[in-house]
Design a protein around this ligand. Structure first.
Ligand code: ADP
Ligand code: MG
Length: 238
């Protein structure tokens, strides 16, 4: 039994089937990357896992329990979005702590977790600032910090580096890799960037038009692509 099992998940919007029967097992502590072209269903699959979208059929099982009827806040999942989704009127500290506060976590515990997360992400100098006073890279670190303080079983990242310039993309990518090593958490990471996929993943899931083309380690996909699509996707420069 994996940390996450996706069992024949299908999702249609109206007549259009966007996920056409996805099966995947993610083991505890694994870093899994979803890659595939724009529109292939990567974000929809993450949103189904997070509970932000209901599947049309199939099951999502987390730590052995079917979570189909479990609301997003109760799934033990934290998600990081491309657009950061920070509250502009709140300080960095309060952006990071808001979810815990709403969940009734005692203030001292919130402060303790913010202390740890802001140290891991080098955010201590910015705790009193508001998002408008931060760079894009700092904002994304705050969004990641907000996920970390919730101590989720599963992190979901949806193209978290896409809005950053090239140098910041590399830095933030390395921070995410370091976070994974330190927290030993299970992470699912969506990107359309082959370099991110190859460098971060324990396991890459190649999606195309709502189906999985291949699942394998980076070198396995590189050396033994199952078909021309995978070969073109992993092999060709962005
Ligand atoms: P990706 O993240 O791989 O770029 P998405 O999961 O966002 O792809 O989208 C997959 C397909 O589903 C696209 O064709 C998109 O237009 C469609 N889609 C996504 N969300 C909705 C929605 N809420 N309503 C209708 N169609 C949607
Ligand atoms: Mg997407």
């Amino acid at each position: 039994m994996g940390a996450l099992n996706i069992e024949n998940v299908k999702k249609a919007f109206g007549q259009v089937e966007v996920l056409k029967g996805i099966n995947l097992e993610v083991t505890d502590g694994e870093f899994v990357v979803f890659v595939g072209p724009s529109g292939c269903g990567k974000s929809t699959l993450l949103r189904v896992i997070a509970g932000l979208e209901d599947s049309t059929s199939g099951r999502v099982v987390i730590d052995g329990a079917d979570v189909s009827a479990t609301p997003p806040a109760k799934r033990g999942i934290a998600m990081v979005f491309q657009t950061y989704a920070l509250y502009p009127h709140l300080t960095v500290k309060n952006n990071m702590g808001l979810g815990l506060k709403q969940a009734g976590t005692p203030a001292a515990e919130i402060d303790r977790r913010i202390g740890i997360a802001s140290s891991m992400l080098s955010l201590e100098p910015y705790l009193a600032r508001r998002p408008a006073e931060l760079s894009g890279g700092q904002r994304q670190r705050v969004a990641i910090g907000r996920a970390v303080v919730r101590e989720p079983k599963l992190f979901l990242f949806d193209e978290p580096l896409s809005n950053l310039d090239a140098a910041l993309r590399v830095n933030t990518r390395l921070e995410i890799a370091q976070l994974h090593r330190r927290l030993k958490a299970t992470m699912i990471y969506v990107t359309h960037d082959q370099v991110e996929a190859m460098t971060l993943a324990d396991k890459i899931v190649v999606l195309n038009a709502g189906k999985i083309e291949q699942i394998g380690g980076p070198m396995e996909l590189y050396n033994a692509p199952a078909n021309e699509f995978v070969a073109g996707f992993i092999g060709s420069p962005k």
